[in-house]
Design a protein around this ligand. Sequence first.
Ligand code: UD1
Length: 418
Amino acid sequence: MDKYIIDGGEKLYGKLQAQSAKNTVLPLLAAAVLTDEQVKIRGVPSINDVENMLLILSEVGCKIKRMKGCAVIDSSNAVSHEIPARLTKELRSSVFMLGSVLTRFRRARISYPGGCDIGLRPIDLHLSGLKRLGVTIVEENGYIDCRADKLVGAEILLDCPSVGATENIILAAVKAEGTTVIRNAAKEPEIVDLQNFLNAMGANVKGAGGGTVVIQGVKTLHGLEYTPIGDRIEAGTYLVAAASCGGEIEINGVPAENIAALLHKLRENGCKIYAKNDKIILSSDGKLKSVHLVETSPFPGFPTDLQAQYSTLSCTARGTTLVVENLFETRYKYAGELRRMGADITIRDRTAIIRGVEKLHGAYLTASDLRGGAALVLAALKAEGQSTVTDLSHIDRGYADFECKLRKLGAKIRRVRI
Ligand code: UD1
């Protein structure tokens, strides 16, 4: 068990390279079992979610090599269609294994997935999509048992543009007989990257990013080497940190259009932002004005995964900010911790009413989920005095070298063993 000790009040200056996107790497790892040939993914971040996904692949029978930031997956000897509860409870993305393992073995047995405790997080859309492809699903004792003599393409309309359901259905359809059309598909950049990855394996997937994805089933897929896109949520977290603390930072590896909704709000807050290709430069005097309303919504809207970090920034912006969380029910757990630092934040159902205060003060803080945990670190960087942030395992799920990267920008943060 580690904790962060943070001395707040420093402005942030410097350059960072974004890690590969967690939310791309996870489905790509699941996709590796679609072929017998070797899959090499470059720039795989050392974060707990990735390590857990690699453990799941090992459990299925894949051989994994990790070297110089790459993950090499050889699934030629994959034998198991079952993913045990002890691994799925750690990681919601274990659910992607349903689509790819089904494609590989015509059977997949998986216990209900875990992940961040931020709401109900049902998987009904994943399962109804798979049923449309000809899968029979039996749910018993917390396990989902899926079987299909063959997978057959179908028209699928998602009730809401779920990222995971879109990815899972693509993974199950990629070698199905005939054509699958997913309407109201999620448009996130990570879906586009999955499409590019699968097409580089020999698949025929079109339309990702546009709301309708068309998958023409192919007979075989082959191995490949691939570099995933940069992590827009990680990049956004550092940009919010610099906006809030003041300073000037440059982030490389994420095109501005992938976090346009955040950049738009930060400009309204008073930050100066320059973006070209995949470089974003932000400067801020740390004295921000509030924006009236921020609502999370599917891409290209404001990402729910940046809601906590942005709310933290709003705590010391001049004026009142209304934040509405439209995707997950209980994504304000961090708010109680911010209040202990002097923040004026009231939660009513899905809305946070944040009245800007002059300053936050250091406190003893406990992270309770990945992005909420990162938000507490940002609050501590802005606060006067010293803070402690515990339960770092949540933050370690998604940020590689978090404290090192922040220190590189000039933050006073250290990690100590409890
Ligand atoms: C993914 C991201 C997560 C992000 C989220 C929303 C990964 C690994 N995780 O999660 O970081 O916060 O997108 O951008 O990519 N829903 C249903 N039924 C379903 C599935 C989803 O009702 O079967 C609902 C959810 O409750 C939620 C909304 O759809 O309200 C969006 O969820 P979804 O896009 O599926 O999120 P995840 O794929 O779990």
